[in-house]
Design a binder for this molecule. Sequence first.
Ligand SMILES: C[S@@+](CC[C@H](N)C(=O)[O-])C[C@H]1O[C@@H](n2cnc3c(N)ncnc32)[C@H](O)[C@@H]1O
Length: 310
Amino acid sequence: MAVTKLDPSPSLRSAVYGAPLSSLVDVPAGAVQLSPLRPGAEALEAQPDAAFAELVIAAPPGSIERRFVLAHALRTLAPGGALTVLAAKDKGGQRLRGELEAFGCDVAEHYKSRQRVCSLVRPETLHGLQDAIAAGAPVTVEEIGLRSQPGIFSWNRVDPGTSLLLRHLPKLAGRGADLGAGLGVLSQAVLASPAVEELTLVEIDRRAVEASKVNVTDPRARFVWADARETALSDLHFIVSNPPFHSEGIEDRGLGQAFITAAGRMLRRSGTLYLVANRHMPYEEVLRTAFRSVKPLADEAGYKIFEARK
Ligand SMILES: C[S@@+](CC[C@H](N)C(=O)[O-])C[C@H]1O[C@@H](n2cnc3c(N)ncnc32)[C@H](O)[C@@H]1O
């Protein structure tokens, strides 16, 4: 079924969420970026109702997060506006059509390069948007005592790698950074040391930055919504990191390696990096290139901890 776009007001903007494969869909020229993983992008959830004529969404893999994004997309699209959503078959693509139909949409679907692509024209009447928006909204997760939101890394439990690093962190001192700070769990522990003068939490996910501002209220903390690989921090005494190895859902070993290289740049002589990694991650060589000494502190339950001194 081909979808014919109706005509919402020509003054309305178009938007894109994430990085949809350009071989599968056309992103309208001038589309504004709405992904929380793009530093500086506008927030989808902050847009008024019926604000857009056209939206293209690279749907996230988590189902609560995806339904939240789809509901906001439909809310912010003007009736008659066009929505295109795509996801890999095994990363939520298989469920996309059903999820959109449950909101009251007529959906055309095709399958290409292992992606499901759904297109529709936004009907006048929709249902279930508020429930999906409420389910995916920021929330305090009582079990871990943290502000969080579905879609953030390990949003409702403390990551086991993070727990292991917490057990091996010494009392730190001076100026430091938490690269890929997430909800701020490592930062909270670092700031328990009174000898820490300043701690910069660097994080690429806006939702995590907002949550960490609630979780880490210490005045010595600074929050930066940015790509840690491009952050201009320097002369630091220490860095802590549980680096990512996924970029927008796709495994990327180079990402953790780039974090290590960036940490090496940011530290002063004798500055120290405390790092946790999944055991299968090949980080040793990069660590030895960027640091004078590399000491394994633990190798347990599938994770390893390194102390690397510059
Ligand atoms: C393995 S998680 C660790 C989160 C948190 N430190 C913890 O221990 O729970 C890695 C974090 O890095 C963030 N991240 C991914 N790519 C990034 C980048 N290029 N720059 C900064 N942060 C990034 C992710 O959003 C995620 O929050």
